[in-house]
Write a protein that binds this ligand. Structure first.
Ligand code: AGP
Length: 604
């Protein structure tokens, strides 16, 4: 939440940081701002999307800039609460991502010293503190500020005395330094600066980084210079453009066959379990995640338990860390428990906290993540990288798909390793997994029939999604997608649960989306559809190719490609994503940037 970029080098900085900042808009879009050096510090900041701030800018020759896009925590979205913040004399400008826990007491003591605050933001204490401690050395001033503040943060500061210096530091929120040729960058993620460099430094918490155009220095809290690693990251295709699609979300939905295909190579490699350090008999497993990633985890539970008989519990990250310690088999740590953390961004605060709690309890931790080099990938024992490419739409789509795929591949590998699948069975599973991209493409090719369903939803105040067994998590995901981007209230339910309460809410104005695949729960689901129809609620069913019954008992019907029910979550997910997208489109909502949300949730 909140995105930060900075540049110092030989080129006009404004254009570079603006272009990079736009790639961070997924992190928040309540306001944005930029600070540059034009003999003195010049700051421009504006409420709303980056385009509002950009419209206020004039040409600049500054070769130094820091910029920020905000997701509001302290203080409403407004010009005055936008970053960069500065001291009264505008000698220092600071951008901040995160929250300062003790800002109120610091603010009071600064006010007692005679400072006037202009904003409601916790971040405004930062330039005032840095200015207070500044005596010609910005690194020292930032270091002294760190003695005083508590919280989570990435901070970047510039001073009017030096037109070629950015000082940055992080604690628990992301910061990458990009190395260029006589120019250097700072950023909240690699994607924002990948156009300029693939050489990255990932500073640790509380390491102070001094960036000039020809040098990057990393210092500890005693201001000793530290050695650092430079990592070369893989170049991803530029995603700045929507490639002819109206929204990133739609583009990303259509990119799913490719994302699945690209991830396959990584997932079905030789001996993946060894690479993940999974060389012991696993007695139990916990999957921990938030939001859509949690739903992928629920799907994973079904597949892993079915193939391996290893008991799997799935928890929300925000609950996991406060729950009782993870237990091995028989309640004892006789077998080291495995905890799989799923996070597309790799920086969700709740999931990071859960990863740390798991490690403290002696669990083996594995992350399934879409962002190489992200925080979680650096903290766990093993990493599965999904290769969806950058996802910009706040609603997760292609990353959900590859998370599920990773869990299927893991399940097959674990099953082979434990002997519950023999070699031919394993090969059969792998060949089924390889077919998923083409099944997903078949749903995409049929997108117009999904769009045709929109009129049955646009007037609804509430929509229910139901499924059973492996498609129960898909019902949850369908509801999350719809509420997130269309703002229509939606609930996902196990189909068998409606009669235990929610049936009371159904009427002709409450559409129900039923996922009916022909597994062992099919006949029960058919009964549930009948129960709903009897209450006059319209039923829109997604069912398998060739199903003769479902079209007769449903008001509307979408046919999935021919697929084994156990693989049905993939095409079902595409159906649900497109349905939500087209409904939201019809309602005219901000699909890529839904109100109140941000792509990376770095607060607990
Ligand atoms: C999904 O559409 C969401 N925007 C959200 O629920 C997301 O899945 C969740 O915040 C977890 O994010 P992560 O995968 O980056 O950890």
């Amino acid at each position: 939440m909140c995105g930060i970029v900075g540049y110092t080098g030989g080129q006009p900085a404004q254009e570079i940081v603006l272009e990079s900042l736009k790639k961070l808009e997924y992190r928040g879009y309540d306001s944005s701002g930029i600070a540059m050096h034009e003999g003195k510090l010049v700051i421009c900041k504006k409420e709303g999307p980056i385009a509002n701030m950009e419209a206020e800018l004039t040409e600049s020759k500054s070769t130094l800039a820091i910029a920020h896009t905000r997701w509001a925590t302290h203080g409403a979205p407004s010009d005055v609460n936008a970053h960069p913040h500065s001291d009264e004399e505008i000698s220092i400008a600071v951008v901040h991502n995160g929250t300062i826990d003790n800002y109120l007491e610091i603010r009071e003591s600064l006010e007692a010293e005679g400072h006037n605050f202009r904003s409601d933001s916790d971040s405004e204490i930062l330039p005032l503190l840095i200015s207070k401690y500044y005596s010609g050395n910005l690194v020292e001033a930032v270091n002294k500020t760190l003695d005083v503040i508590r919280g989570i943060f990435t901070i970047a500061a510039i001073h009017k005395d030096n037109p070629d210096e950015i000082v940055a530091v992080r604690n628990e929120t992301p910061l990458v330094i990009g190395l260029g040729n006589s120019e250097n960058f700072i950023s909240s993620d690699i994607y924002a600066i990948l156009k300029y460099t693939q050489e990255m430094i990932y500073p640790e918490d509380y390491q102070i980084v001094r960036v000039t155009s020809d040098k990057v220095e990393v210092l500890d809290r005693d201001l000793n210079l530290l050695d650092y690693n430079v990592e070369t990251v893989e170049k991803y295709t530029e995603v700045a453009e929507k490639g002819g699609f109206e929204h990133y979300m739609l583009k990303e939905i259509f990119e799913q066959p490719k994302a699945l295909q690209d991830s396959l190579t990584e997932l079905l490699v030789e001996s993946p379990l060894e690479r993940l350090g999974l060389n012991w008999k696993i007695g139990s497993m916990s999957i921990v995640a938030c939001g859509t990633s949690y739903h992928a985890g629920l799907v994973g539970k079904y597949v892993i338990e079915q193939l391996t008989a290893i008991p799997v519990s799935v928890s929300y990250s925000s609950e996991f860390r406060y729950a009782a310690p993870v237990q091995g088999v028989g309640g004892l740590l006789s077998s080291r428990p495995l905890v799989i953390l799923i996070s597309q961004s790799g920086e969700t605060a709740d999931t990071l906290a859960a990863a740390r709690a798991a490690k403290q309890q002696g669990c083996h931790t594995i992350a399934i993540c879409n962002v190489p080099g992200s925080r979680i990938t650096r903290e766990v024992d093993g990493v599965i990288i999904t290769k969806s490419g950058q996802e910009i739409g706040v609603a997760a789509t292609k990353t959900f798909m590859t998370q599920m795929q990773a869990l299927y591949a893991l399940a097959v590998n674990l099953a082979f390793n434990s002997g519950s699948l023999d070699h031919p069975q394993t090969k059969l599973w792998e060949s089924e997994i390889r077919k998923i991209p083409s099944k997903v493409s078949q749903v995409l090719n049929n997108c117009e029939s999904i769009r045709d369903l929109v009129p049955h939803f646009v007037k609804a105040k509430s929509v229910f999604f139901i499924g059973r067994n492996i498609n129960y998590p898909l019902a949850l995901e369908g509801a999350l997608k719809l509420k997130e981007i269309s703002y229509i209230h939606a609930e996902g339910y196990p189909a068998g649960e409606l009669k235990h309460g929610p049936l009371a809410l159904l009427s002709k104005d409450t559409p129900v989306v039923a996922i009916a695949v022909q597994d062992h729960t099919y006949s029960k689901l058919i009964s549930n559809i009948e129960e709903i129809s009897a209450r006059k609620a319209p039923v829109i069913t997604v069912a398998q190719k060739g199903d003769q019954l479902v079209p007769k008992i449903s008001d509307h019907f979408f046919e999935l490609p021919d697929i084994d029910p156990v693989l049905s979550p993939f095409p079902v997910a595409v159906f649900l994503q497109l349905l939500s997208y087209y409904i939201a489109h019809e309602l005219g909502t901000e699909i890529d940037k839904p109100r109140n949300l941000a792509k990376s949730v770095t607060v607990e």
